[in-house]
Write a protein that binds this ligand. Structure first.
Ligand code: ZN
Length: 149
C-alpha cells in the first residue's frame, strides 16, 4: 500500500471542517493558506503528542502519530519545500519555546527527594516530593529525548 495513493491527496472529512472546504477536494486545488492551516493542525497535534510524552511520560496514539507523519509528508509534497519548510521551522521554534517555558517552571520546583532529579509535571499536580520515575520505580533508560525533535 502506497502512502501516496490518490485518496490520500484528497481532503478528508475532518480536515474539511478545519478549512471550511468540501471533503474530497484534491489537496492540489487548495489555496496556500488552506494548506498551511492543515499542516499547522498536524504540526500542533505532533507537538501536543511529543509534549505529553516528554513531560507526562504518556506514550499513546502511536498509530495516529504515524498517520499524522504521513499526512504531513503528503502536505509537504503538495505545498512545496519552501512553504512547508518555513512552517516547519516556525512550528519547531514554538515547540522549543514551549519546552523552555515548561523546563523553567519545572526548575522552579524542588528536586525529587529520592534521586535529586527535576520533578515532572505529574509531581507538580500531585504535590509529590518524588519525580515520576521514582514514583513508578521505573529505571532511567529513556534519558535521550532527542527523537522528539
Ligand atoms: Zn526521583
Amino acid at each position: 500500500m502506497s502512502k501516496f495513493s490518490g485518496e490520500d491527496h484528497r481532503l478528508a472529512e475532518n480536515e474539511a471542517t478545519w478549512i471550511d472546504q468540501a471533503a474530497g477536494t484534491p489537496l492540489q486545488e487548495l489555496s496556500a493558506d488552506a494548506l498551511r492551516v492543515l499542516a499547522s493542525w498536524y504540526f500542533d497535534w505532533q507537538k501536543r503528542h511529543a509534549y505529553t510524552a516528554k513531560y507526562y511520560q504518556q506514550y499513546g496514539e502511536g498509530g495516529r502519530a504515524v498517520f499524522v507523519a504521513e499526512r504531513l509528508a503528503i502536505l509537504a509534497a503538495v505545498m512545496g519545500e519552501e512553504a512547508f519548510g518555513a512552517l516547519a521551522t516556525a512550528k519547531h521554534t514554538e515547540w522549543v519555546q514551549a519546552c523552555a517555558r515548561t523546563d523553567a517552571a519545572l526548575r522552579a520546583l524542588a528536586p525529587c527527594v529520592t534521586c535529586g532529579r527535576s520533578p515532572d509535571l505529574w509531581a507538580e499536580m500531585d504535590k509529590s516530593p518524588l519525580c515520576g520515575k521514582c514514583r513508578s520505580g521505573k529505571r532511567e533508560d529513556d534519558e535521550d529525548d532527542d527523537w522528539l525533535l
